[in-house]
Design a protein around this ligand. Structure first.
Ligand code: ATP
Ligand code: MG
Length: 373
């Protein structure tokens, strides 16, 4: 749900410790009917953030008692608050602090002493952007929910058609000539195909609708467990799994298991012609996020068509070569998006493929449990 605003009033959290600056900001924004809450230190900022989710944060980055950059990082790495735009207020317009602010996820900055009209314009722009993003997200959610309803409602009549055809084939066998029997069999086969498409759509929609839990996940163990489950279904195969030490992440355990299962099942599927399949799971990190990589030495794919890969029912290999429905990666992308990360796939024909996903590093914020998402 988009943020519900009391009296349609935007709420701004001002994190600033200098009384004159507080006065100026309040005076500048006074006419716009914003609700402004003020935090003069780190803990007040976090408490206010947890109690009243603001639409925008104005953050002084140089304060004697706290590091505004650190606070910016903490806010941006927390899923509950990461979409709140931050405009940082800085007395220094040196490139280094501005770069650092943007790198930590802030959306904009204003240099002090600021011009009232500039601050006003920037605040207005970011509030408008946030509102537009929320409406788009709402529209997307409605679309997801519509997709789920359509798929769900189509499934039961399709199952009936399939059952009726089964009766027709069994009970009227004597009265149908060879061609009639063949046609009935083809119709039945097609109905099974459509039911399978519907099932995959439902599976995909479930990832959009499912409420998320937030738990610590031992990713390395998860990869190992899922791999052990999948390898048992692979028959006689030589597979070398190289699993580098991976950090724990915070996320939804059910979704993350589905993610890992989809990635590994692709790696196993597209390496199945290799004499020795090699799969390597590794990661790298930046200040804000981890990037996980699952590499295989399989058949790979042509990068010219890579933009299609994450679309529902999109496949780069034919059903004859490799079976599949083309929803696995769409599901992976949806799961990672819901964790505020990104997914991408790099491949080279006959050399293999690497699936990457980024995952924000989570910092706990006190009082976070009270925040409704
Ligand atoms: N590791 C990989 N190596 C080569 N191609 C890959 C790999 N992973 C995905 N692909 C390509 O991306 C396409 C989409 O993958 P996706 O997992 O969505 O579907 P799928 O594996 O075909 O079917 P399923 O829905 O059963 O997972 C695949 O059809 C394949 O062409
Ligand atoms: Mg797949």
């Amino acid at each position: 749900m988009g943020a519900v605003r009391k009296n349609n009033q935007f709420e701004i959290l001002l994190v600033e410790d200098t009384p004159e600056h507080i006065e100026t900001v309040v005076a500048v924004l006074h006419d716009n009917d914003y609700k402004i809450r003020i935090a003069k230190n780190w803990s007040a900022a976090l408490t206010l953030l947890s109690k009243h989710q603001p639409d925008l944060i104005l953050l002084d980055i140089y304060m004697p008692e706290m590091d505004g950059f650190e606070l910016c990082k903490t806010i941006k790495s927390n899923r509950a608050f990461s979409s709140i735009p931050i405009i940082f207020l800085t007395a220094r317009d040196d490139e280094e602090s501005i770069r650092k602010g943007f790198e930590l996820g802030a959306q904009d900055y204003v240099v002090k002493p600021f011009h009232g009209s500039e601050l006003q314009a920037r605040v207005k722009t970011h509030l408008k952007l946030k509102q537009q993003t929320e409406s788009l997200q709402e529209a997307n959610r409605e679309l997801d929910s519509f997709c789920y309803t359509v798929a769900h409602n189509l499934k039961s009549p399709l199952l009936s058609i399939n059952k009726l055809l089964e009766y027709l084939i069994a009970d009227y066998r004597d009265r149908l000539d060879g061609e009639g029997q063949e046609l009935a069999a083809i119709i039945q086969e097609k109905s099974v195909e459509v039911i399978s498409v519907i099932d995959h759509l439902l599976e995909f929609s479930k990832m959009c609708e499912m409420p998320m839990q937030n738990e610590v996940i031992q990713l390395e163990q998860l990869f190992l467990d899922v791999y052990n489950e999948l390898i048992q279904l692979q028959g006689q195969r030589k597979v070398q799994l190289k699993l580098k030490p991976l950090p724990d992440v915070t996320g939804d355990p059910v979704m993350m298991k589905i993610l890992v299962a989809n990635i590994l099942s692709n790696s196993l599927k597209y390496t199945r012609d290799r004499e020795i399949a090699a799969i390597e799971v590794s990661f790298s990190e930046t200040e804000n996020e981890y990037v996980f990589a699952v590499n295989d030495n399989g058949v790979g794919f042509d990068m010219r068509y890579s933009s299609r890969l994450f679309g529902v029912f999109q496949r780069l290999h034919s059903q004859n070569e490799f079976e599949g429905s083309g929803v696995g990666l769409a599901i992976c992308q949806k799961i990672i998006k819901r964790h505020n990360g990104q997914t991408w796939l790099i491949g080279e024909v006959d050399k293999g493929a690497t699936f990457y996903f980024s995952f924000p590093r989570q910092n706990e914020i006190k009082g976070e449990k009270d925040v409704k998402r």
